[in-house]
Write a protein that binds this ligand. Structure first.
Ligand SMILES: *Cc1c(COP(=O)(O)O)cnc(C)c1O
Ligand code: SF4
Length: 359
């Protein structure tokens, strides 16, 4: 009980006010950063703020989580999209995005344990709260009517913002639908607020891993500096269950766009029994274009990984084609240069120009 109150109160007492945060950091706050933070609010738990402070204003964590004047840069933003993924048109039932045949995304909350500055959802208002009961009935009905959906992927926001009781309620409901065999969670909690992975959560995951064919947790992390003793220990605990741990990484200019940074990260994943799953080419996000890099650069870096790591330690390098075309491989064994065309998941050739700023 104490444990539970602990993570919830830590979440509730996160920094949401930029002045308070900079006061805590002891760093000067410019008018410009103040303005950026009023457009794209901060959200930083105290434990993370401590790590940011230790690393300093030029550190990796500061770049990932503190506002930058580049977020309001007009040249950059002229290439940024408000809805870079185009998921919306695949919203088939309340909180349910069904774009790929056998998997559906379930988004029961829009709250995250931190606001990442590069986030592809940064232009959406984090307003949607818990789903209403009668809406959820419609979601269940859609899943029953679409027996081709064998995996439900909890995403968000961050689904671990929900209480264990709420997650259990959803899992019990999905268990009753025979066609649902796999469950996956996409989360940043194990890294950002490891207290969230309490004994109740671990027990619940273990239990449901006997019920569903697979239970997976895809852990989002971009840099070795995000790891410390407490989050490593929690992940080691998770790894003792039958839950499959996957690693999800965004390739980000200025953060991990080098062979070494990625090798260190994936070696850490492996040490913690996290299987590297996806390396995402950055999306074209309005307010985050300073994190973008050309596909040709990404391909070069990725080729370097293939030299130095075994196949099982290398994630798939993928890009989400804007306007709802979906994820597709970003690596091309024929050429580093980017031709301006990609094959979408449904097999069509899609034209996609690289932003002029970077070619
Ligand atoms: C990424 C994604 C999935 C999951 O795809 P996998 O390739 O199975 O990881 C499902 N639906 C949507 C809309 C996605 O973007
Ligand atoms: S955890 Fe994911 S969804 Fe949440 S702010 Fe970070 S990148 Fe965005």
């Amino acid at each position: 009980m104490l444990e539970k109150q602990n993570w919830k109160s830590k979440l509730a007492h996160s920094f949401k006010n930029i002045k308070d945060l900079y006061l805590y950091l002891g760093w000067p706050l410019s008018d410009n950063i103040n303005d950026v933070a009023s457009k794209y609010p901060i959200f930083i738990p105290l434990s993370l703020a401590t790590k940011i402070k230790e690393e300093g204003p030029e550190g990796i964590l500061a770049k990932e989580f503190l506002p930058s004047h580049l977020e309001s840069d007009r040249d950059f933003n002229s290439f940024g999209l408000i809805d870079p993924i185009g998921d919306k048109s695949y919203l088939k039932a309340p909180q349910l995005i069904h774009r790929y045949y056998s998997r559906a995304l379930f988004t029961p909350t829009s709250i995250c344990p931190v606001h990442c500055r590069y986030c592809f959802r940064k232009n959406e208002l984090s307003a949607t709260e818990d789903i209403f009961q009668n809406d959820f009935e419609k979601t269940l009905q859609y899943l029953k009517d679409h027996a081709e959906i064998s995996e439900v992927i909890f995403t968000g926001g961050d689904p671990l913002t929900l209480s264990n009781e709420k997650i259990e309620f959803y899992l019990n409901s999905f268990e009753k639908i025979k066609s649902i065999k796999h469950i996956r969670f996409h989360t940043r909690y194990p890294i950002i607020l490891p207290e969230r992975i309490d004994t109740g959560f671990i027990e619940m995951m273990s239990r449901f891993s006997e019920i569903f064919k697979t239970m997976s947790i895809a852990i989002h992390s971009n840099h070795l500096n995000e790891f410390d003793e407490s989050n490593s220990n929690v992940i080691k605990l998770l790894a003792t269950t039958n839950v499959q741990l996957l690693g999800q990484t965004v390739l980000i200019r200025g953060i991990n766009d080098s062979e070494n940074a990625l090798i260190e990260l994936f070696e850490k994943f492996i040490e913690l029994k996290i299987r590297p799953y996806y390396l995402h080419h950055p999306d074209r996000v309005h307010g985050a274009m300073h994190f973008y890099l050309p596909i040709a650069r990404g391909r070069l870096i990725y080729q370097g990984l293939r030299q130095k790591l075994p196949g099982w330690a290398i994630p798939q390098y993928v890009i989400d084609i804007p306007e709802g075309h979906g994820k597709t491989p970003a690596y091309n064994p024929e050429d580093y240069q980017y031709s301006g065309k990609l094959i979408s998941k449904d097999g069509r050739i899609v034209d996609l120009k690289e932003p002029d700023l970077f070619v």
